[in-house]
Design a protein around this ligand. Structure first.
Ligand code: PLP
Length: 377
């Protein structure tokens, strides 16, 4: 009889697996590609327009503007408020680098507030002390699919006349109470990077807002500042969601709720299987609909566990191994180790387990079984 170790050793459970989703939707997706190719319109065509309408409706926002990436969604949102040199934007250091590059590319300064020890989102008790007369916006990140406590963000923003730009790049379909992430602040920014809960086959992003004036400005900003072809009213960029990606996303949006439910089921299963282990499971506040873009545990000997799983065919990742204030690229902000202790602790202890709708029960049991076994060594 083969021993368990060798069976597990032969199993390959990557941290993401995009092929399974394609196989399931192959006929629909291939047809969507074909229609775009046959029509011959690849930039700002009807799929982009229809997807913008469909996504805005899904999120419960008045308007949506498809752009080149999540980074660009953040960048253009800030630009639409003329946020730039001399301004400050408050956000967290425990996020993807692009949250910060979007701010600094406007010329504004990213100002960090640490995260809470449990939700890993912005610690709202620490925001007020960072507000200065240069602060223009708060940019909360709904990390891993769990929203920031938005009532508190709104209170702070109202009290200090600040804009709220939500980084919902990991939070498609997530909710704060009854409202969708992205539709609560002034603007919501989403990424369609392939591994996201709603992912394209390349880069893509979208901004949602209820402000018609800013919507019109965003339409110009993403397309050379044009009001009509060859007539630029403002300085703009080239940052457009392309027609092929929009066609793919229109197909996939119809499955988003089903996929979210499956992610939630997988999370429940992991929780049950790891309940008695020593790992710190993800926190879910009662007001949050957590969509589990990532299932992030916290463990001692994180690197050893990561290696142990890898050797047995289970892929994991660390989101994120270096908090932004300690990244070489952002040395200019003048921070040092110890400035944001919760983010720094997380960087040493967190581990993202495989979670995607197509993950099987057997695979979930294998991952959890290995973690339990590692802890008993
Ligand atoms: C929290 C967060 N913000 C911003 C981004 C940037 O999105 P994109 O990769 O589409 O530019 C990402 C995705 O990587 C993200 O996870």
């Amino acid at each position: 009889m083969r021993n368990t170790e060798s069976i597990i050793g032969n199993m390959k459970i990557p941290v993401f697996n995009l092929k399974r989703q394609y196989e399931q939707l192959k006929a629909e997706l291939d047809n969507a590609f074909k229609c775009v190719f046959e029509k011959g319109i690849f930039v700002l065509g009807e799929n982009v327009r229809l997807f913008e309408e469909e996504f805005a409706k899904y999120i419960g926002a008045g308007f949506a503007v498809g752009v080149g990436s999540g980074t660009e969604a953040l960048h253009l949102s800030l630009k639409s408020y003329d946020i730039g040199a001399g301004d400050e934007v408050i956000t967290v250091p425990n996020t993807a680098v692009p949250t910060i590059s979007a701010i600094s590319f406007t010329g504004a300064k990213p100002v960090f507030v640490d995260i809470t020890p449990d939700t890993y989102t912005m610690d709202l008790k620490k925001v007020e002390e960072k507000i200065t007369d240069k602060t223009r916006a708060i940019l909360p990140v709904h990390l891993y699919g769990h929203t920031t406590e938005m009532d508190q963000v709104i209170k702070l923003a109202d009290a200090h006349n600040l804009r709220i730009i939500e980084d919902a790049c990991q939070a498609h379909g997530a909710k704060y109470n009854d409202n969708y992430a992205g539709a609560i602040g002034d603007m919501g920014c989403f990424s369609f990077y392939p591994t996201k809960n709603l992912g394209a086959y390349g880069d893509g992003g979208i901004i949602v807002t209820n402000n018609e004036e800013l919507y019109k400005k965003l339409i110009m900003l993403r397309n050379y500042g044009e009001v009509e072809k060859f007539t630029s009213k403002i300085e703009g960029f080239n940052s457009r969601l392309d027609e092929i990606q929009a066609a793919v996303l229109r197909v996939k949006l119809r499955y988003l709720d089903e996929w979210t439910n499956r992610r939630m089921e997988i999370a429940t299963q992991y929780r049950q299987l790891l309940y008695n282990s020593n790992v710190q499971l993800p926190c879910k506040r009662q007001w949050a609909k957590h969509v589990y873009h990532l299932f992030v545990i916290r463990v001692n000997k994180r690197n050893d566990l990561k290696d142990y799983l890898q050797e047995r065919g289970v892929g994991t990742q660390i989101h994120y191994p270096i908090p932004i204030h300690l990244q070489e690229a952002y040395k200019k902000l003048g921070h040092k180790a110890g400035d944001f202790p919760i983010s720094e602790r997380n960087a040493d202890e967190i581990l993202s387990l495989p979670i995607y709708p197509e993950l099987t029960t057997e695979e979930i049991e294998t991952v959890a079984g290995l973690i339990t076994k590692f802890q008993n060594i």
